[in-house]
Design a protein around this ligand. Structure first.
Ligand SMILES: C[S@@+](CC[C@H](N)C(=O)[O-])C[C@H]1O[C@@H](n2cnc3c(N)ncnc32)[C@H](O)[C@@H]1O
Length: 334
């Protein structure tokens, strides 16, 4: 039977046309090719549907060592190395870690610390290797707006972020007293294979993101955070209790809730709303997720059909405050 027209073929064509076109010509070409290639479609279809994801496949192919280039050489590589690629697709998940997202979290983090008059205790749920846990160690270039950097500079190239609307841009970086993360599978910035996997997940043309990732993982390695293995719904409350009492706790997440089913999202939302209104020790909650991922909270932006443009929504204690570029490249205050 021809694979063209099957669910996997449609998935790869859609990925090429909607996700990759104009953003990664290399992935556009490869996935367009796969969508018409019966032999490769048959290989992919030997995996369970959830493991046939284009991003997982592309990361695995590059992790195993495929050179960039035309479709012919790519398909020959996949056929020759299929057992290795398959093993990666069965054992790894997409865990892209993007330090650039700190640029859209920073205005809210700085405002929280200034308002409370205390340093931050950061808890990131779905932290991957933890590169987003160092907003105080990166340099920022807002445009229009200020450039900010930690005392002594940053080894990471400035995180560039274009600004629209009345974003409360800070004049200085907030102090961070403590940082911790939760992940189903925390990645280790000191482990060569984990670092290579994170690099393979950066799209080939995004060389500045690969450079930023390498530098950010250096920051993580120099002062590793506490990373707890487990489900965010099980681990978030115990971790809040471990935070130092003289700091203001901020629980945040970015590009994570899409991995949860509806029940998992509801549980997490209810837990966070409880933590936010806890009179004993209120926490702040910053959610940076795809449009419409987090709803059912007072002040959230309702999803309007036709208004999806790939941007994320930043929510503070449930209330929508900004639309953002998903990698932190832009912020528009609402
Ligand atoms: C796309 S990555 C984002 C990483 C990081 N937040 C960032 O923005 O760079 C999503 C992460 O969420 C983690 N994750 C997914 N579901 C989770 C769950 N139920 N509990 C904890 N972590 C989870 C994944 O393992 C992965 O590392």
């Amino acid at each position: 039977m021809s694979g063209t027209g099957t669910a996997t073929s449609v998935r790869y064509r859609r990925f090429a046309e909607v996700d990759a076109r104009g953003y990664s010509p290399q992935y556009d070409e490869w996935c367009t090719g796969v969508s018409d290639d019966d032999e490769l479609l048959a290989l992919l279809d030997t995996l369970p549907p959830a493991r046939r994801q284009p991003v997982l496949f592309l990361g695995a192919v590059r992790f195993v060592g495929a050179p960039l280039g035309g479709y012919g050489a790519f398909r020959a590589f996949v056929v020759e190395h299929w057992q290795d690629i398959r093993h990666v697709m069965e054992t790894r998940t997409t865990q892209t870690n993007e330090a650039g997202r700190c640029a859209v979290l920073l205005p809210s983090l700085a405002a929280i610390s200034a308002r409370e008059g205390r340093p931050l205790a950061l808890i990131e749920v779905g932290a991957s290797a933890g590169a987003c846990l160092y907003p105080d160690r990166y340099a920022y270039a807002y445009s229009p707006g200020p450039s900010l950097e930690p005392e002594g500079g940053s080894p990471v190239p400035p995180l560039a972020c274009s600004v629209a609307g009345d974003v409360p841009l800070p004049a200085a970086l907030p102090p961070v007293a403590w940082r911790a993360g939760i992940d189903l599978n925390p990645l280790d910035a000191r482990d060569d294979d984990d670092v290579r996997w994170l690099e393979a997940l950066v799209w080939p043309e995004h060389t500045f993101r690969a450079e930023r990732l390498r530098a950010a993982l250096g920051v993580v390695r120099a002062d590793p955070p506490l990373l707890v293995r487990g489900d965010l719904n099980e681990q978030v409350v115990p971790l809040v209790h471990r935070a130092p009492s003289d700091a203001v706790v901020v629980v945040f997440h970015s590009a994570v809730l899409a991995y949860l089913d509806a029940d998992g999202r509801r549980r997490f939302r209810d837990t966070m709303l409880r933590l936010v209104s806890d009179r004993g020790r209120p926490v702040h909650w910053l959610s940076h997720e795809g449009y419409g991922t987090l709803d059912g909270v007072p002040g959230a932006m309702e999803k309007v059909p036709g208004e999806e443009d790939g941007r994320f929504v930043l929510q503070h204690n449930g209330r929508s405050v900004a639309r953002t570029g998903p990698h932190g490249q832009s912020i528009e205050w609402l």
